[in-house]
Design a binder for this molecule. Structure first.
Ligand code: IPM
Ligand code: MG
Length: 365
Protein backbone atom coordinates (compact mmCIF):
# COMPACT_ATOMS: atom_id res chain seq x y z
CA UNK A 1 0.00 0.00 0.00
CA UNK A 2 1.27 3.49 -0.82
CA UNK A 3 0.02 6.47 1.20
CA UNK A 4 0.89 10.15 1.22
CA UNK A 5 1.03 11.62 4.70
CA UNK A 6 1.20 15.36 5.37
CA UNK A 7 3.33 16.05 8.44
CA UNK A 8 2.86 19.11 10.65
CA UNK A 9 5.54 19.23 13.32
CA UNK A 10 4.33 22.60 14.61
CA UNK A 11 5.72 24.33 17.68
CA UNK A 12 7.23 23.54 21.09
CA UNK A 13 7.60 19.79 21.58
CA UNK A 14 5.77 19.15 18.27
CA UNK A 15 8.89 18.36 16.20
CA UNK A 16 10.43 15.94 18.72
CA UNK A 17 7.26 13.90 19.26
CA UNK A 18 6.34 13.79 15.56
CA UNK A 19 9.83 12.54 14.68
CA UNK A 20 9.21 9.51 16.89
CA UNK A 21 5.84 8.83 15.27
CA UNK A 22 7.44 9.00 11.82
CA UNK A 23 10.10 6.50 12.88
CA UNK A 24 7.27 4.21 14.00
CA UNK A 25 5.44 4.56 10.67
CA UNK A 26 8.69 3.89 8.79
CA UNK A 27 9.24 0.69 10.76
CA UNK A 28 5.66 -0.42 10.02
CA UNK A 29 6.20 0.33 6.33
CA UNK A 30 9.36 -1.73 6.14
CA UNK A 31 7.91 -4.68 8.12
CA UNK A 32 4.67 -4.88 6.14
CA UNK A 33 5.89 -3.75 2.72
CA UNK A 34 4.05 -0.42 2.55
CA UNK A 35 5.31 2.91 1.23
CA UNK A 36 4.55 6.03 3.23
CA UNK A 37 5.58 9.32 1.60
CA UNK A 38 5.90 12.21 4.03
CA UNK A 39 5.36 15.85 3.03
CA UNK A 40 6.20 18.66 5.45
CA UNK A 41 3.53 21.27 6.12
CA UNK A 42 4.06 24.48 8.10
CA UNK A 43 1.30 25.39 10.51
CA UNK A 44 1.05 27.32 13.77
CA UNK A 45 3.59 29.70 15.25
CA UNK A 46 6.39 28.49 12.97
CA UNK A 47 4.21 29.33 9.94
CA UNK A 48 3.50 32.79 11.37
CA UNK A 49 7.25 33.38 11.69
CA UNK A 50 8.00 32.07 8.20
CA UNK A 51 4.95 33.11 6.16
CA UNK A 52 3.09 35.64 8.32
CA UNK A 53 0.07 33.31 8.42
CA UNK A 54 -0.63 30.33 10.77
CA UNK A 55 -1.91 28.25 7.83
CA UNK A 56 -1.13 29.55 4.35
CA UNK A 57 -3.62 28.35 1.73
CA UNK A 58 -1.10 26.13 -0.08
CA UNK A 59 -0.32 24.37 3.20
CA UNK A 60 -4.02 23.61 3.72
CA UNK A 61 -4.20 22.30 0.16
CA UNK A 62 -1.29 19.92 0.79
CA UNK A 63 -3.23 18.51 3.75
CA UNK A 64 -6.53 18.17 1.91
CA UNK A 65 -4.78 16.39 -0.99
CA UNK A 66 -2.96 13.94 1.28
CA UNK A 67 -4.24 10.56 2.45
CA UNK A 68 -3.96 11.73 6.06
CA UNK A 69 -2.34 14.33 8.26
CA UNK A 70 -0.03 13.76 11.24
CA UNK A 71 0.17 16.70 13.64
CA UNK A 72 2.32 17.39 16.71
CA UNK A 73 1.16 20.55 18.47
CA UNK A 74 0.94 24.28 17.85
CA UNK A 75 1.14 27.47 19.89
CA UNK A 76 3.28 29.01 22.61
CA UNK A 77 3.75 32.16 24.67
CA UNK A 78 5.83 33.70 21.90
CA UNK A 79 2.68 34.31 19.81
CA UNK A 80 0.35 35.33 22.67
CA UNK A 81 0.38 38.95 21.57
CA UNK A 82 -0.74 38.34 17.99
CA UNK A 83 -4.37 39.20 17.10
CA UNK A 84 -6.99 36.40 17.40
CA UNK A 85 -7.28 35.76 13.66
CA UNK A 86 -3.52 35.23 13.37
CA UNK A 87 -2.91 33.07 16.43
CA UNK A 88 -1.24 29.67 15.92
CA UNK A 89 -4.41 27.97 17.21
CA UNK A 90 -6.38 29.65 14.43
CA UNK A 91 -4.25 27.68 11.96
CA UNK A 92 -5.39 24.47 13.64
CA UNK A 93 -9.03 25.51 13.59
CA UNK A 94 -8.78 26.45 9.91
CA UNK A 95 -7.14 23.11 9.19
CA UNK A 96 -9.90 21.16 10.96
CA UNK A 97 -12.61 23.15 9.15
CA UNK A 98 -10.78 23.03 5.79
CA UNK A 99 -10.46 19.25 6.04
CA UNK A 100 -14.10 18.96 7.14
CA UNK A 101 -13.15 16.72 10.07
CA UNK A 102 -16.22 17.17 12.25
CA UNK A 103 -15.76 14.07 14.39
CA UNK A 104 -13.00 14.02 16.98
CA UNK A 105 -12.51 10.73 18.77
CA UNK A 106 -10.60 10.90 22.09
CA UNK A 107 -10.17 7.66 24.00
CA UNK A 108 -9.67 7.75 27.78
CA UNK A 109 -8.26 4.38 28.67
CA UNK A 110 -6.03 3.46 31.54
CA UNK A 111 -3.07 1.26 30.72
CA UNK A 112 -2.81 -1.42 33.42
CA UNK A 113 0.92 -0.63 33.76
CA UNK A 114 0.05 2.97 34.68
CA UNK A 115 -2.84 2.47 37.07
CA UNK A 116 -0.85 3.97 39.95
CA UNK A 117 -0.19 7.11 37.87
CA UNK A 118 -3.86 8.09 38.02
CA UNK A 119 -4.57 10.87 40.53
CA UNK A 120 -7.81 9.06 41.46
CA UNK A 121 -8.13 6.68 44.41
CA UNK A 122 -7.08 3.16 43.51
CA UNK A 123 -10.56 1.86 44.44
CA UNK A 124 -12.06 4.05 41.69
CA UNK A 125 -9.36 3.17 39.15
CA UNK A 126 -9.85 -0.54 39.84
CA UNK A 127 -13.43 -0.35 38.58
CA UNK A 128 -11.97 0.39 35.14
CA UNK A 129 -11.49 3.47 32.97
CA UNK A 130 -12.16 2.86 29.30
CA UNK A 131 -14.35 5.30 27.47
CA UNK A 132 -14.35 7.49 24.38
CA UNK A 133 -15.29 11.11 23.98
CA UNK A 134 -16.75 11.86 20.56
CA UNK A 135 -16.31 15.60 20.24
CA UNK A 136 -17.95 17.78 17.56
CA UNK A 137 -14.97 19.58 16.08
CA UNK A 138 -15.92 22.19 13.50
CA UNK A 139 -18.97 23.96 14.91
CA UNK A 140 -20.21 25.68 18.04
CA UNK A 141 -18.55 28.56 19.82
CA UNK A 142 -15.13 27.91 18.22
CA UNK A 143 -16.53 28.82 14.83
CA UNK A 144 -19.20 31.40 15.73
CA UNK A 145 -18.69 35.13 15.31
CA UNK A 146 -16.00 36.56 17.59
CA UNK A 147 -15.66 40.26 18.19
CA UNK A 148 -14.58 42.82 20.72
CA UNK A 149 -16.17 46.26 20.64
CA UNK A 150 -17.23 49.08 22.91
CA UNK A 151 -20.38 49.22 25.01
CA UNK A 152 -21.21 52.10 27.32
CA UNK A 153 -17.60 53.22 27.39
CA UNK A 154 -16.09 49.83 28.15
CA UNK A 155 -14.90 46.87 26.08
CA UNK A 156 -17.33 44.11 25.30
CA UNK A 157 -16.30 40.72 23.90
CA UNK A 158 -18.74 38.47 22.06
CA UNK A 159 -18.44 34.81 21.03
CA UNK A 160 -21.45 33.21 19.37
CA UNK A 161 -22.39 29.57 20.03
CA UNK A 162 -24.65 28.11 17.39
CA UNK A 163 -25.49 24.66 16.02
CA UNK A 164 -27.75 23.58 13.19
CA UNK A 165 -29.74 20.35 13.28
CA UNK A 166 -27.65 18.82 10.51
CA UNK A 167 -24.39 19.60 12.33
CA UNK A 168 -25.74 17.88 15.43
CA UNK A 169 -27.16 14.96 13.48
CA UNK A 170 -23.92 14.02 11.72
CA UNK A 171 -21.89 13.94 14.94
CA UNK A 172 -24.78 12.24 16.74
CA UNK A 173 -24.65 9.42 14.19
CA UNK A 174 -20.94 8.95 14.86
CA UNK A 175 -21.76 8.71 18.57
CA UNK A 176 -24.41 6.05 17.98
CA UNK A 177 -22.23 4.11 15.51
CA UNK A 178 -19.30 4.19 17.96
CA UNK A 179 -21.52 2.97 20.80
CA UNK A 180 -22.91 0.22 18.55
CA UNK A 181 -19.38 -1.19 18.16
CA UNK A 182 -18.76 -1.09 21.93
CA UNK A 183 -21.11 -1.59 24.88
CA UNK A 184 -24.13 0.00 23.14
CA UNK A 185 -24.42 2.79 25.71
CA UNK A 186 -24.24 6.41 24.60
CA UNK A 187 -24.21 9.40 26.92
CA UNK A 188 -25.10 12.72 25.30
CA UNK A 189 -23.63 15.65 27.23
CA UNK A 190 -25.06 19.16 27.04
CA UNK A 191 -26.32 22.11 29.09
CA UNK A 192 -29.98 21.97 28.14
CA UNK A 193 -31.09 23.61 31.39
CA UNK A 194 -29.53 26.85 30.15
CA UNK A 195 -28.63 26.84 26.43
CA UNK A 196 -30.89 26.78 23.38
CA UNK A 197 -28.14 25.08 21.37
CA UNK A 198 -28.11 22.30 23.97
CA UNK A 199 -31.89 21.93 23.88
CA UNK A 200 -31.67 21.44 20.12
CA UNK A 201 -28.76 19.02 20.68
CA UNK A 202 -30.86 16.92 23.05
CA UNK A 203 -33.88 16.93 20.74
CA UNK A 204 -31.83 15.76 17.74
CA UNK A 205 -30.11 13.03 19.80
CA UNK A 206 -33.47 11.64 20.91
CA UNK A 207 -34.87 11.76 17.40
CA UNK A 208 -31.81 9.87 16.16
CA UNK A 209 -32.07 7.30 18.94
CA UNK A 210 -35.23 5.94 17.24
CA UNK A 211 -32.94 4.79 14.43
CA UNK A 212 -30.62 3.06 16.88
CA UNK A 213 -32.98 1.03 19.11
CA UNK A 214 -30.10 -1.27 20.08
CA UNK A 215 -28.18 1.64 21.68
CA UNK A 216 -29.23 2.94 25.09
CA UNK A 217 -29.13 6.75 25.09
CA UNK A 218 -28.74 8.76 28.28
CA UNK A 219 -28.47 12.53 28.79
CA UNK A 220 -26.16 14.30 31.19
CA UNK A 221 -25.57 17.95 31.95
CA UNK A 222 -21.97 18.96 31.33
CA UNK A 223 -21.29 20.16 34.89
CA UNK A 224 -22.56 16.87 36.29
CA UNK A 225 -20.48 14.99 33.71
CA UNK A 226 -17.32 16.79 34.85
CA UNK A 227 -18.08 15.57 38.36
CA UNK A 228 -19.02 12.01 37.34
CA UNK A 229 -15.77 11.58 35.39
CA UNK A 230 -13.79 11.82 38.64
CA UNK A 231 -16.41 10.19 40.87
CA UNK A 232 -17.26 7.11 38.84
CA UNK A 233 -15.55 6.99 35.44
CA UNK A 234 -16.42 3.30 35.01
CA UNK A 235 -20.03 4.29 34.22
CA UNK A 236 -19.01 5.78 30.86
CA UNK A 237 -18.50 4.04 27.55
CA UNK A 238 -19.17 6.55 24.75
CA UNK A 239 -19.79 10.25 25.40
CA UNK A 240 -20.92 12.49 22.55
CA UNK A 241 -20.77 16.24 23.01
CA UNK A 242 -20.31 19.63 21.37
CA UNK A 243 -16.99 21.28 20.60
CA UNK A 244 -16.12 23.27 23.73
CA UNK A 245 -17.58 20.80 26.24
CA UNK A 246 -15.57 18.07 24.49
CA UNK A 247 -12.40 20.14 24.70
CA UNK A 248 -12.75 20.58 28.44
CA UNK A 249 -14.00 17.10 29.33
CA UNK A 250 -11.31 15.39 27.25
CA UNK A 251 -8.53 17.10 29.22
CA UNK A 252 -10.18 15.96 32.43
CA UNK A 253 -10.68 12.43 31.10
CA UNK A 254 -7.08 12.19 29.96
CA UNK A 255 -5.70 13.22 33.32
CA UNK A 256 -7.49 10.47 35.23
CA UNK A 257 -5.74 7.92 33.02
CA UNK A 258 -2.36 9.09 34.34
CA UNK A 259 -1.02 11.56 31.82
CA UNK A 260 -2.35 13.69 29.02
CA UNK A 261 0.84 12.70 27.19
CA UNK A 262 -0.57 9.21 26.55
CA UNK A 263 -3.77 10.16 24.74
CA UNK A 264 -4.10 10.08 20.95
CA UNK A 265 -6.94 11.38 18.83
CA UNK A 266 -8.42 10.97 15.40
CA UNK A 267 -10.49 13.57 13.56
CA UNK A 268 -12.52 12.41 10.61
CA UNK A 269 -15.12 13.77 8.24
CA UNK A 270 -17.04 11.92 5.56
CA UNK A 271 -13.95 10.68 3.65
CA UNK A 272 -11.01 8.58 4.83
CA UNK A 273 -8.50 11.46 5.05
CA UNK A 274 -8.11 12.15 8.76
CA UNK A 275 -6.18 14.39 11.09
CA UNK A 276 -4.23 12.60 13.81
CA UNK A 277 -2.81 14.41 16.81
CA UNK A 278 -2.12 13.85 20.50
CA UNK A 279 -4.57 15.80 22.64
CA UNK A 280 -1.90 17.65 24.61
CA UNK A 281 -0.46 21.02 23.67
CA UNK A 282 2.97 22.24 22.57
CA UNK A 283 4.46 22.40 26.12
CA UNK A 284 6.98 25.17 25.28
CA UNK A 285 8.51 24.90 28.78
CA UNK A 286 9.97 21.47 27.97
CA UNK A 287 10.55 21.96 24.23
CA UNK A 288 13.92 20.83 22.89
CA UNK A 289 14.83 19.03 26.13
CA UNK A 290 14.05 15.55 24.78
CA UNK A 291 11.87 14.75 27.82
CA UNK A 292 8.36 14.90 26.30
CA UNK A 293 6.20 11.79 26.09
CA UNK A 294 5.84 10.76 22.41
CA UNK A 295 3.30 7.99 23.13
CA UNK A 296 0.16 10.11 22.48
CA UNK A 297 1.55 10.92 19.03
CA UNK A 298 2.68 7.35 18.34
CA UNK A 299 -0.77 6.05 19.30
CA UNK A 300 -2.27 8.69 16.99
CA UNK A 301 -0.18 7.16 14.19
CA UNK A 302 -1.68 3.77 15.13
CA UNK A 303 -5.15 5.31 14.84
CA UNK A 304 -4.21 6.63 11.37
CA UNK A 305 -3.22 3.11 10.32
CA UNK A 306 -6.51 1.72 11.62
CA UNK A 307 -9.09 4.37 10.71
CA UNK A 308 -7.75 5.99 7.55
CA UNK A 309 -5.79 3.13 5.98
CA UNK A 310 -7.73 0.11 7.30
CA UNK A 311 -4.48 -1.48 8.56
CA UNK A 312 -5.74 -3.14 11.75
CA UNK A 313 -2.81 -5.55 12.20
CA UNK A 314 -0.29 -2.78 11.77
CA UNK A 315 -2.15 -0.58 14.27
CA UNK A 316 -2.16 -3.42 16.78
CA UNK A 317 1.54 -4.04 16.23
CA UNK A 318 2.23 -0.43 17.27
CA UNK A 319 -0.08 -0.60 20.30
CA UNK A 320 1.51 -3.88 21.40
CA UNK A 321 4.97 -2.30 21.14
CA UNK A 322 3.85 0.58 23.38
CA UNK A 323 2.48 -1.91 25.87
CA UNK A 324 5.74 -3.90 25.78
CA UNK A 325 7.83 -0.80 26.52
CA UNK A 326 5.57 0.03 29.48
CA UNK A 327 5.88 -3.60 30.65
CA UNK A 328 9.64 -3.13 30.61
CA UNK A 329 9.20 -0.35 33.17
CA UNK A 330 10.41 2.36 30.82
CA UNK A 331 8.74 5.70 31.56
CA UNK A 332 9.09 9.25 30.30
CA UNK A 333 9.15 11.83 33.12
CA UNK A 334 5.39 12.55 33.02
CA UNK A 335 4.49 8.92 33.78
CA UNK A 336 7.21 8.15 36.33
CA UNK A 337 5.49 6.93 39.52
CA UNK A 338 5.57 9.48 42.33
CA UNK A 339 5.85 6.71 44.92
CA UNK A 340 9.55 6.04 45.62
CA UNK A 341 9.20 2.26 45.84
CA UNK A 342 7.28 2.13 42.55
CA UNK A 343 9.75 4.50 40.89
CA UNK A 344 12.63 2.19 41.75
CA UNK A 345 11.05 -0.50 39.57
CA UNK A 346 10.99 1.88 36.60
CA UNK A 347 13.59 3.47 34.37
CA UNK A 348 13.26 7.09 33.31
CA UNK A 349 13.75 7.50 29.58
CA UNK A 350 13.92 10.39 27.16
CA UNK A 351 11.52 11.14 24.33
CA UNK A 352 13.89 9.79 21.68
CA UNK A 353 14.71 6.67 23.69
CA UNK A 354 11.01 6.00 24.17
CA UNK A 355 10.48 6.25 20.41
CA UNK A 356 13.48 4.03 19.69
CA UNK A 357 12.32 1.33 22.14
CA UNK A 358 8.83 1.32 20.64
CA UNK A 359 10.27 1.02 17.12
CA UNK A 360 12.48 -1.89 18.22
CA UNK A 361 9.50 -3.69 19.71
CA UNK A 362 7.20 -3.49 16.69
CA UNK A 363 6.78 -7.06 15.51
CA UNK A 364 4.73 -8.37 12.61
CA UNK A 365 1.41 -9.71 14.00
C1 IPM B 1 -7.34 20.63 21.64
C2 IPM B 1 -6.73 21.97 21.88
C3 IPM B 1 -7.25 22.92 20.81
C4 IPM B 1 -8.75 23.02 20.97
C5 IPM B 1 -6.62 24.32 20.82
C6 IPM B 1 -5.11 24.25 20.70
C7 IPM B 1 -7.20 25.21 19.76
O1 IPM B 1 -7.00 22.42 23.15
O2 IPM B 1 -7.13 20.05 20.56
O3 IPM B 1 -8.04 20.14 22.55
O4 IPM B 1 -9.24 23.77 21.82
O5 IPM B 1 -9.46 22.30 20.25
MG1 MG C 1 -7.96 20.97 24.39
Amino acid sequence: MTKNIAVIRGDGIGPEIVNQAIAVLEKVASLYGHTFNFTDVDMGGCAIDKWGDPLPQEMLEKCVKSDSVMLGAVGGDKWNGVPGEMRPEKGLLRLRAGMGVYSNNRPAKIWPQLSSASPLKQSIVDKGIDFIIVRELIGGIYFGEHKTDEKNGESQAIDILSYTESEIERIGRIGFETARKRSKRLCSVEKSNVLDSSRLWKKVMHRLSEEYPDVELSDMLVDNCAMQIVKNPAQFDVIVTENMFGDILSDEASMITGSIGMIPSSSLGDGSCGLYEPIHGSAPDIAGKDIANPIGTILSAAMMLRYSFGLENEAQAVENAVSKVLDMGCRTADIMPSDKGEAEKCRKISCSECGRLIVENIKKQ
